[in-house]
Design a protein around this ligand. Sequence first.
Ligand code: NAD
Length: 303
Amino acid sequence: MANITPISTESCKIGFIGAGKMAESIARGVINSGVLPASNVRTAHLGLRRTVFESFGTKVFDQNSQVVQDSDVVIFSVKPQVVKDVVLQLRPLLSEKQLLVSVVAGVKLKDLQEWAGHSRFIRVMPNTPAAVGVAASGMPFCLFLLSPYSARVYIRDDSFLKKVLYTVITLGDAATKEDGELISKIFGAIGKVWTAQEKLFDAITGLSASGPAYIFLAIEALADGGVAAGLPRELSLGLASQMVLGAASMAVSTGKHPGQLKDDVASPGGTTIAGIHELEKAGFRGILMNAVVAAAKRGQELS
Ligand code: NAD
């Protein structure tokens, strides 16, 4: 641990290996929120992505090696299939002076540390909409979107983005508490950050990484129900989406147990309890629990 020197939060330089959607999302968040100036963010790319990163002030090199040599924090944001080769190629340049971070889904810290030759490594798992937000916007602060069918979300401004995105982080053996705090600050720029043991990552994937798709399905089905009950399609879809947004906001902002919130809506002999009765007869809770467990199991099989 002799080479573990603290990295200053105010002046650190962060470099992305892999100039894709995820890297863009994090870079934009860090810069827009003022955590770091654009001049402290770098990546490397020779193709079209170069222009995208340059458009918001990021330094773009030709080679990954230049990014590593000019960064205190190196974030691996390539696809899982190539990460091993990329880390191994850069290994001669990597030392414990740098904090390494991986956002790569399904690749374990143990392997990353082995390929890098040291364990000042932090594994991070952002949720999928982090990149969708950027893909949908093409520009900061001004996001729009279509319907749940496109598997994208309506994002109106940056503060909204921060409410719906999250990151889970887990620390490698040589990563310090201060390293964890630095990464929480960087990823805090794009949403809420939780720290969790790596063994929980598959369950987290099953719940909140795959979860948006369960809710898109629910929105679609609720909208179909509205149409079956006589609503025009567009109105029904708008109401279903806004209702899910409102319910989630209430659960987060009131801090009340969801059972309590449900009881508050269901008056005796009323409409809501009639609907809930149907859901319970069909095993609604068990189905959702099974979905999370199945996705977590699949995550385990893939990693
Ligand atoms: P992406 O395809 O948009 O980005 C990958 C980038 O890596 C591309 O720009 C590609 O040109 C570049 N690349 C490929 N080989 C390279 C190499 N040898 N050196 C440097 N760059 C190289 O993918 P993405 O959606 O940004 O995902 C990146 C990582 O983030 C993945 O590992 C994924 O599992 C993880 N992740 C993504 C999301 C998401 O919302 N997209 C969520 C969680 C985790």
